[in-house]
Design a protein around this ligand. Structure first.
Ligand SMILES: Cc1cc2nc3c(=O)[nH]c(=O)nc-3n(C[C@H](O)[C@H](O)[C@H](O)COP(=O)(O)O)c2cc1C
Length: 460
């Protein structure tokens, strides 16, 4: 079998995931493997059509494609997304049709499911036959059981290819609308007072729905109020995050461009941040992903604390729950900020969109004045524990700035530290060994917390 490996790590040969691919190659040497460092070489592939064509020709002549990548800020890297954009921009989709596909990642399991869902949906959009995805911890190669899982996964992929097994499809093809949003002038305005508002947008076409939505949103505020609109194109970003991790020591990015300065002085100084983008493929543009990746110089520490965050999205967002989750995770799982809402043009009703944008402006402002930060849901609570354990433990030496921040802000909230609960638990576990006590304890268990709450409510 001929297998093309599309390496999604911006680190190229130094990719950790690539070592897992090399393990597969060693175990199944009877097959032919061609590895392309598409993320690392993205600039060359953008400029050099022949270099891109060589990869596409190899895919055409292959039996299957292994999408191999490390997790990069809750998804695949911006450079990998850019490669995926090039496939449609350069009409290279046919090369992928009916090829077998699988995805292999390494990470610390922080939103790895988002990356795998993304790659699977892309593979299915390319009419590939997707067999499976395997998400391993970056150190799993050292574990015998996980090496065994890797072998089974690879064997299944190769067998499916060899015997042309049928594969299931999980994601319906996307449908796009050509609805043209016609905004009406705002009747009311809401004054931002001392609140600073910034809208970041990748809208480039002056008449796009996104641009019109952004303008209509800004009209919700009086003319004299300073709402800043920034095009992503106008920010000095020289490229995607390269994963050098030097920022781990003191939050300093090694890139000598204007991004860190822009992020620190204009984004972080705002009270209300609105991200505006159009759906592209199964995500937003790779330019947006570059923005998110580059903001990683703040490592795992929240950099938008206390902000109100909202999104204006043009396109079929409701068809991509995976992207909705990415946006929620980016604003209120990764950050200690408030995810207010996502306004789209999917209703295809201009008046309704006007009203939604108006109310959106009012809510962003009101919540900002009220310092409202919603408590985190599973995305934030679960995510925090993944970061907390790894920053305290095995990655402390790399992410030293995070370690200091987590310690200073009480983020090492391990249950072990709760001595009251520990003593009570030990006592109760002893007491519940006594059958009459145990019966009483379990019979009261359902009502006990409610009674406490009822007493609390009575006080108000
Ligand atoms: C810039 C950057 C962003 C990362 N983002 C995530 C993430 O969102 N979730 C996660 O589980 N791991 C994340 N990691 C950890 C990597 O996924 C992990 O180190 C992986 O093994 C890298 O694979 P690679 O060397 O093949 O690129 C990140 C690492 C870097 C350097």
């Amino acid at each position: 079998m001929k297998i093309v490996v599309l390496n999604g790590s911006p680190k190229g040969e130094s990719s950790i995931t690539l070592q897992y691919v090399n393990f597969i190659r060693k175990k199944f040497p009877q097959h032919e493997y061609k590895v392309f460092h598409v993320a690392k070489n993205i600039r060359k592939l953008e400029k050099d059509g022949n270099a891109f064509r060589t990869i596409i020709d190899e895919i055409s002549n292959s039996d299957g494609v292994l999408w191999a990548f490390g997790l990069w800020v809750l998804a695949v890297s911006a450079q990998y997304m850019r490669f995926i954009e090039l496939i449609s921009e350069r009409s290279a989709k046919d090369a992928f049709k009916n090829k077998y596909a699988a995805s292999l990642s390494t990470s610390i399991h922080y939103f790895d499911h988002i990356a795998h869902n993304y790659i699977r949906s892309i593979a299915e959009d390319l009419d590939m036959r997707y067999t499976d995805g395997l998400s391993l911890d970056l150190a799993d190669l050292r574990k015998k059981d996980e090496r065994n899982n890797l072998i089974i996964f690879a064997e299944d992929f190769l067998n499916s290819m060899q015997h042309k097994y049928p594969t299931a499809r999980l994601f319906k093809p996307m449908t796009y609308s050509n609805f043209d949003y016609q905004p009406s002038p705002a009747k009311d305005t809401v004054h931002p007072k001392n609140k600073k508002i910034i809208v970041l947008t990748d809208a480039s076409n002056g008449s796009s729905n996104l641009e019109k939505m952004v303008n209509r949103f800004v009209q919700s505020f009086p003319l004299e109020s300073h709402v800043e609109i920034v095009q992503l194109d106008d920010i000095d970003i020289r490229g995607g995050c390269l994963g050098c991790m030097r920022c781990g020591y003191d939050y300093n990015c090694q890139y000598k461009d204007g991004f860190a300065d822009f992020y620190n002085h204009r984004v972080r100084s705002s009270d209300i941040i609105v991200f505006a983008g159009s759906v592209k493929g199964r995500f937003l543009s790779s330019a947006w992903k570059t923005f998110y990746d580059r903001a990683f110089f703040w490592n795992h520490s929240p950099s938008l604390i206390g902000k109100q965050i909202g999104y204006i999205i043009s396109g079929p967002l409701s068809q991509i729950p995976n992207l909705i989750q990415y946006l929620e995770a980016s604003s209120f799982a990764r950050q200690d900020s408030n995810h207010v809402d996502i306004i789209t043009d999917e209703s295809e009703d201009s008046l309704e969109i006007d009203n939604l944008l108006q109310i959106f402006a009012e809510r962003l402002l009101r919540f900002s004045e009220q310092d409202y930060i919603k408590p985190k849901n599973f995305l934030g609570v679960g995510g925090h524990k993944v970061f907390r354990d790894d920053i305290w433990g095995r990655f402390r030496m790399i992410w030293q700035a995070d370690y200091r921040y987590f310690r200073a802000h009480g983020k090492y909230d391990f249950p072990q530290k709760n001595y009251g609960i520990r003593i009570a638990t030990a006592a109760m576990m002893l007491l519940t060994k006594i059958p009459p006590f145990r019966r009483k304890f379990y019979s009261n268990l359902r009502d006990m917390p409610v009674k406490r709450m009822q007493r609390l409510i009575e006080k108000y």
